[in-house]
Design a protein around this ligand. Structure first.
Ligand code: MRU
Length: 363
């Protein structure tokens, strides 16, 4: 009998051997079924991102980078300018799948820069440009592992063994290539015997906390307790939580951070109870061109996610108005620190983030 593989042994996003498809875990089926799917066409890649089959800011970026390579590989021309025009059409299309996570446009821009450098500046042939794109996509994937591990190391300095940690949504391995961002300190802590007690918000309406975070932490042997979104005040009031670690989809230059809807509620509650909130963000998620959180585009999602999606029959009157923003912005005043691969940024964020970003450019 074939031994059942642990969810942590699967790649969240990978390129197939021949470079003809992006292979992802279909996260909409978790935790019930672990199914790998191959994405080959622009429509398949777009749909997978829009439908959250692959989700989480860094994983979306990696999927887009690999996706545009797969599409570019099939562009049939020897002329670079013609190739580039077609490449840009794919890039714009993929970029339109989800608006909030900056990693999507960040990864696609990086792929575009690689193509331009190779094709225009270095006058490489189109087949050579394609090879450069393959290498760049794999580099983006490799860097994500490195970056998340560093976030884990810095995050670990903010907590101590035995602490209770609350997290919201899934900023775990399933949202990245490995380790996750908000979960990286938890996984590294576990390797070192820190014995954290983790509280995972279920995260309505798409239940990423229950279906994904609780699943991956539980599968890894972490002490995790699932709570409903409206229970964070209860666990904090009882002194069960010493720190909140969350991921994010875009950090503005002033430190305002967009993350899964409900994060700002947790942050406001944590402020009341004196629990520090740490936003874990690779520098690819920091958008210095967006001055404040007010300027972040928040994705609105369909009503059925709230009324019907997880129920045998609708749990709301037919035709009722539904407000379903996928993200909210946590004001920088509620954030105790932004944990990046270059260290922990502290207020005033306008200064500290500038500093962190300059290290990224040098490094
Ligand atoms: O809509 P999702 O599931 O893509 O939302 C994910 C989140 O909000 C994560 O916290 C964020 O992308 C950070 S992932 C490291």
């Amino acid at each position: 009998m074939q031994e059942k593989k642990n969810i942590m042994d699967y790649d969240t996003v990978a390129l197939d051997q021949e470079g003809n498809a992006v292979i992802i875990i279909d996260q909409t089926l978790l935790p019930g079924r672990v199914e790998l799917i191959a994405l080959r066409t622009a429509q398949e890649i777009w749909d997978a991102i829009y439908l959250l089959k692959v989700r989480g800011a860094p994983a979306i970026g990696v999927a887009a980078a690999m996706g545009i390579y797969v599409l570019a590989k099939n562009i049939e021309t020897e002329d670079f300018e013609e190739f580039y025009r077609e490449f840009c059409r794919y890039k714009e299309y993929l970029d339109s799948a989800r608006p909030t996570a900056v990693n999507l446009s960040w990864a696609l821009k990086r792929m575009e820069q690689a193509a331009l450098q190779a094709g225009r500046a270095e006058k490489k042939t189109v087949p050579q440009v394609k090879e450069v794109l393959r290498e760049e996509a794999l580099r983006i994937r490799g860097e994500d592992i490195e970056v998340c591990r560093k976030i884990g190391e810095y995050g670990l300095t903010l907590v101590k063994p035995g602490d209770g940690i609350l997290t919201h949504c899934n900023a775990g391995q399933l949202a990245t290539v490995k380790y996750g961002t908000a979960t990286a300190p938890i996984y590294l802590g576990q390797e070192r015997g820190y014995d954290f007690k983790v509280y995972a918000d279920e995260t309505r309406p798409l239940l990423q906390g229950a279906r994904l975070t609780a699943f991956e932490l539980y599968s890894s042997g972490v002490d995790v307790t699932l709570i409903c979104d409206n229970m964070s005040a209860s666990v904090m009031a009882r002194g069960l939580v010493q720190a909140v670690f969350v991921g994010c989809d875009r950090v503005a230059a002033n430190g305002d951070a967009a993350n899964k809807i409900g994060t700002s509620v947790v942050a406001a509650v944590a402020k009341y109870y004196g629990v520090p909130v740490y936003v874990c963000a690779p520098t690819s998620t920091i958008d210095m061109e967006t001055a404040t959180g007010d300027q972040i585009c928040i994705e609105q999602r369909p009503a059925h996610e709230v009324t019907d999606m997880w129920y045998k029959e609708p749990m709301a009157p037919e035709g009722v108005k539904v407000y379903n923003p996928a993200f909210d912005v946590t004001n920088h005043e509620l954030i105790a620190g932004i944990v990046t691969e270059h260290g922990v940024a502290r207020a005033p964020y306008t200064e500290s983030l500038k500093n962190i970003m300059s290290q990224r450019i040098q490094g």
